[in-house]
Design a protein around this ligand. Structure first.
Ligand code: PEP
Ligand code: MG
Length: 593
């Protein structure tokens, strides 16, 4: 029987999204941030208008000062790139156009400063919230934070963010500034109702190496200050009022993980080579060039997937060829001498689109290479930008969402055209750069041999491949439990792609999330995969797994697994393999295995 340390309180397990790895055990500090009220008040005289003007100037100045202090602190703690979000907030505040327009409105509408600030800045937040895009939603919260800061300063209220001792911070939502200010205390972990893994609170926590969970729904409503908590930042679970047994179990896990992580840094410069000398390539997936430093620190051998469409975030036009060239050059220069595989824009589906097309089934619609082939100007300018950045010979290009051979041939024809255009202008590039195709559509998987004959490599996009194979929307929580990377159909498909590709002398990698799953790595290795491209945070762990295993053993594991008939059987088998070969690997039974 399990017992509870506070016997009247029942243990509660809440599921969120793992945002920063690690385990934290401690008590809750509920960070409650009331949205300051900005009631409308009419001004009766010119004197009152002057008073409001002055109040506004003072509040803005105070907000700039506060943010500048937080910025200096952030630069020290997380580095310039991430602190830039705060710099952007300061720039908005110092923008004379915004300030002038607020003063004008106070004068013209004869309304109090709180109301005008709320209206004027709220306008931007509303616009951002209207966009169907997680990134824009996160930025809208940053803008709302800015508005609340000024209004709070107008009312001269102080937000308390100080606590004694070590605590786990629980909040409905956390802005970048909140995360930084709170981190002056001894924060053991963060858990928030809102936010995705791309939220800046998540980003900061990863940089600060503080375990975090986001997207807990309405967890804060059921929590109180001082509640005993466990954050499992690997599995994305928050355990409230843990039993004594649970506490002991997680304390042991925490100690093991700490020891495990301390050892990982020794792996940084070592290759991803099995104990019996079989070497694969272990590279990282990136979305933004800001992630490059982290990728290097994590000991990556290169970038296996650069999602270039992230350049389109926050803008409504396409970046020019020169702008793209600058960005691509920055990435290849930083990663040199290792290779960077750049994927041409994968827009559409659940991602950004160049124009708003109303589609009943966007995932089956105009996305990836289909968009590029229909918009030759955009496609050619991206290809030219990539080619221009390739002169150090460490850049490869791959095409997303290809479903048939004619499509691949058309994409290659565009690449030839882009090369010819550059040659005509005598611009240098790597004429022999590697070209690859992503295998994300079942038709492409079945036809992998024919596609491979046309390219240098195949990269399995398991995120989409599984969604299309299993007919399960990858972002729909209603059917999330049907999305199974270990389903025998998925495994047979992957094995087929590896064999078919290699038979045509193309190397085969995987860049979907599955490649970074600690249970999938031994299996993929045994199936003969040439490259794993994973999210940077799991890279050392996967390297450790690869270096611990024997290739010959994993080939047998792969053969055995391919005879099993359900995903559960596969997982149970692989869990045993990992537990035996690498007992210190943090496997969470509920989520990661
Ligand atoms: C994939 O589908 O596995 C993939 C890597 O592409 P994305 O997740 O960007 O669709
Ligand atoms: Mg994909």
């Amino acid at each position: 029987m399990t017992t509870s340390p506070t016997s009247e309180k029942k243990e509660l397990v809440l599921k969120g999204v793992a945002a920063s790895p690690g385990i934290a055990i401690g008590t809750a500090y509920l960070f409650v941030k009331e949205t300051p009220r900005a009631d409308e008040r009419a001004l009766a005289s010119d004197e009152e208008v002057a008073v409001e003007d002055e109040r506004l100037d003072r509040a803005v100045l105070k907000s700039v000062k506060e943010l500048t202090k937080i910025l200096a602190f952030a630069q020290q703690k997380v580095g310039d790139a991430k602190a830039r979000i705060l710099e952007a907030q300061i720039m908005v505040l110092e923008d004379p156009v915004l300030l002038t327009s607020m003063h004008k409105r106070i004068k013209k509408e004869r309304k109090n400063a709180e109301y005008i600030v709320s209206e004027e800045i709220g306008k931007y937040a509303r616009l951002m919230l209207a966009a169907h895009d997680e990134y824009m939603h996160e930025r809208a919260h940053d803008v709302e934070d800015l508005r609340n800061r000024i209004v709070r300063n107008l009312q001269q209220e102080k937000l308390t963010s100080k606590f004694d001792g070590s605590m786990i911070v629980i909040a409905h939502t956390l802005t970048p500034a909140d995360t930084m200010v709170l981190s002056r205390n001894h924060v053991l972990g963060y858990a928030t109702d809102m936010g995705g893994v791309t939220s800046h609170a998540a980003l900061f926590s990863r940089s600060l190496k503080i375990p975090a969970i986001v997207g807990l729904g309405d967890a804060t409503r059921s929590l109180a200050n001082g509640d005993q908590l466990i954050i499992d930042g690997y599995g994305g679970t928050l355990i409230v009022h843990p039993t004594t047994e649970r506490l002991a179990e997680f304390e042991a896990k925490r100690q093991r993980f700490l020891a495990f992580e301390a050892n990982l840094s020794q792996l940084r410069d070592l290759p991803a080579e099995t104990a019996d000398g079989h070497r694969i390539e272990l590279s990282a997936n990136i979305e933004l060039s800001e992630e490059l430093e982290y990728v290097v620190v994590q000991g990556s051998q290169g970038v296996g997937l650069y999602r270039t469409e992230s350049l389109l975030i926050g803008r409504d036009d396409f970046p020019s060829e020169d702008e793209q060239y600058e960005e691509y050059k920055r990435v290849v220069d930083r990663i040199y001498p290792h290779r960077v595989i750049m994927r041409t824009f994968d827009v559409g589906g659940d991602k950004l689109a160049p124009e708003t097309a109303e589609e009943a089934n966007p995932f089956l619609g105009w996305r990836g290479i289909r968009v590029s082939l229909d918009r030759p100007d955009l496609f050619l300018s991206q290809l030219r930008a990539m080619l221009r950045a390739s002169s150090r010979k460490n850049l490869a290009i791959m095409f997303p969402m290809v479903s048939s051979l004619p499509e691949l041939k058309k994409a290659k024809a565009f690449l030839r055209q882009a090369k010819a255009e550059l040659k005509a202008k005598k611009i240098k590039f790597d004429d022999h750069l590697e070209v690859g195709v992503m295998i994300e559509v079942p038709a492409a998987a079945l036809n992998a041999g024919a596609l491979a004959a046309e390219v240098d490599f195949l990269s399995i996009g398991s995120n989409d491949l599984i969604q299309y194979l299993m007919a399960v929307d990858r972002g729909n929580s209603l059917v999330a439990r049907l999305y199974d990377e270990f389903d025998p159909a998925v495994l047979a498909t992957i094995k087929h792609v590896i064999n078919a590709g290699q038979k045509q002398k193309a190397w085969v990698g995987i860049c979907g999330e599955m490649g970074g799953h600690p249970l999938a790595a031994p299996l993929l290795l045994g199936m003969g995969i040439d490259e794993l491209s994973v999210v940077p945070v799991v890279l050392p762990e996967i390297k450790k797994i690869v270096r611990t295993l024997r290739f010959s053993d994993m080939q047998k594991v792969a053969r055995d697994v391919l005879t099993l008939s359900t995903g559960d059987e596969v997982r149970a088998y692989l869990r045993k393999v990992i537990k035996k070969a690498c007992p210190d690997i943090p496997l969470d039974d509920t989520v990661r295995g």
